[in-house]
Design a protein around this ligand. Structure first.
Ligand code: NAI
Length: 468
């Protein structure tokens, strides 16, 4: 067998959000790039994550609109939801985006290596091997992403016990479903399935749904879910899950049982670090994630890590930001860029849960702010005072967290379509805006963005459509 060795400026292992963003930016800056991928360029987000789940949730919203039109005087009947057709629609969205991405990768002359790669340390430095071939890089970027974790003793069979990947592949709706884990994935699937008429029970071990969000947001979400007849069992552990002739039966810590057609396991994602030569190469890891410094350098010189294998928010846009940062940092060292890029800070990364209602936040929680600063002020603006939210018949609020009499350091929102407000919220927290700065901006009327404007007016001491 022949062994081939090729040399590049960058060899990137994994072509998901982190890996391909790094490849695109590095190539744009004039660096030669090999991008090693064993599956499809685009990774989990494009093929089995963000994009198909948001397509599913959009179809869910269409179903809700058809079913609930009468409240707006528009009478319609929801005949049926054909999940195979929903899947075909979702796949067509993915296919179009995939074609575009492949075109971009090709046009930037990135060498895509089709196969499973491993990190290897040689006398002349680190490299990635794929079968018999070696790809040597001045820099190696590890971007191997994450996988759906299960629970000890619970076997995922793809039939009754599913991960989110299996759930996306379903062609027929279950009548009932149990979701273990009330985090982002659990809440999004519970929401979509309920819109399609499925009887859903969410079991969350911690005392509230979306435990990383503000407690008031969890309370509002739980209330909204109750109204939608989604059962949320919080502070509840599962002791047993058994397959039955009809589906699955779960026993809870209080000895009660819940039966359903299927079980979705959404208890978090682990980093893909096994079997890739990482441990053998001696790259430092902590609780399964790669240890990196602010510049995303691992313990091995010349090897960086980006995206979900770095502990922190496992979000596609964080992966993009990591990838771009690494490409620019390398280009800066090569004098291809005049200034060093700014390291990516997790607290500036916006977070969105696309359920009904939506949840979006950026910056510090009230608790984090109180741990960091002596004086903290908060303000909650109810969407009841926002015209557009009333038109949409949504309930929710915007909560601001401010440092002393300084800038706004956290924005937290719940309500229909608030995902679209997180862009402005992010500018506010990232640019250290003070309430008066935002209060001075004119927000279009009637938009939901006005809720952000009004909240800042109130925090600046001049509330308009709110008491204070
Ligand atoms: P997660 O960490 O958000 O939530 C997992 C939940 O499961 C936690 O609330 C945890 O307390 C609970 N849990 C753990 N063990 C349990 C047990 N034995 N019984 C009951 N509950 C248990 O993880 P999730 O939802 O699986 O998502 C994985 C990652 O994917 C997240 O980091 C998320 O940020 C990302 N993602 C982001 C999306 C978005 O931005 N819209 C959408 C989907 C996923």
């Amino acid at each position: 067998m022949t062994t081939m060795t090729s040399a590049f400026d960058l060899v990137i292992l994994g072509a998901g959000s982190g890996g391909y963003a790094c490849a695109l930016r590095a190539a744009q800056l004039g660096l030669s790039v090999a991008l090693v991928e064993k599956d499809l360029v685009g990774g989990t987000c494009l093929h089995r994550g963000c994009i198909p789940t948001k397509a599913l949730l959009h179809a869910a919203e269409v179903a809700d609109n058809a079913r609930d039109g009468a409240q707006f005087g528009v009478h319609a009947t929801l005949d049926r939801v054909d999940l195979a057709e929903v899947k075909a629609y979702s796949e067509s969205v993915v296919a179009r985006l995939y074609q575009g991405l492949i075109g971009l990768v090709r046009s930037r002359q990135i060498t895509v290596v089709d196969g499973g790669g491993r990190l290897e340390l040689t006398g002349s430095g680190p490299q990635v091997t794929v079968g018999e071939n070696s790809y040597r890089g001045r820099h190696i970027v590890l971007a191997t992403g994450s996988y759906s974790r299960s629970l000890p003793g619970l076997r995922i069979d793809g039939d009754r016990v599913l991960t989110s990947e299996h759930a996306l592949a379903l062609e027929k709706l279950p009548t009932s479903a149990i979701v273990i884990g009330g985090g982002v994935i659990g809440v999004e699937f519970a929401s979509a399935w309920r819109s399609f008429g499925v009887d859903v029970t969410v079991v969350e071990a911690l005392p509230r749904l979306l435990p990383v969000e503000e407690p008031e947001i969890s309370t509002a979400l739980e209330r909204a879910f109750r109204k939608r007849s989604i059962t949320a069992l919080t502070g509840m552990a599962i002791t047993k899950a058994e397959r039955t002739a009809a589906g699955i039966e779960v026993t809870l810590a209080d000895d009660s049982t819940v039966a359903a057609d299927l079980l979705l396991v959404a208890v978090g994602r682990g980093a893909n670090t096994d079997g890739l030569g990482y441990a053998e190469s001696g790259v430092a890891m902590e609780r399964g994630f790669l240890t990196v410094n602010e510049r995303l350098e691992t313990s091995i010189p010349g090897v960086r890590a980006v995206g979900d294998i770095v502990a922190g928010y496992q979000l596609a846009h964080r992966g993009f930001a990591h990838g771009i940062f690494v490409a620019e940092d390398i280009a800066y060292a090569d004098r291809l860029l005049p200034h060093p890029p700014t390291p990516v800070l997790d607290e500036n990364i916006p977070r969105v849960t696309y359920s009904d209602p939506e949840i979006a936040s950026v910056g510090l929680s009230e608790e984090e702010a109180r741990a960091r600063y002596e004086q903290v002020e908060t303000l909650t603006y109810d969407l009841g005072g926002n015209g557009r939210s009333q038109i949409l018949r949504t309930r929710g609020f915007v909560k601001l967290v401010r440092r002393g009499d300084g800038p706004v350091v956290g924005v937290h929102m719940i309500g229909a379509r608030v995902s679209e407000l997180v862009g402005e919220a992010q500018l506010i927290t990232s640019w250290d805006a003070h309430p008066v700065d935002v209060a001075g901006l004119v927000h279009a009327h009637p938009t939901q963005n006005e809720a952000l404007g009004e909240a800042h007016l109130a925090l600046a001491g001049k509330p308009l459509h709110s008491h204070g």
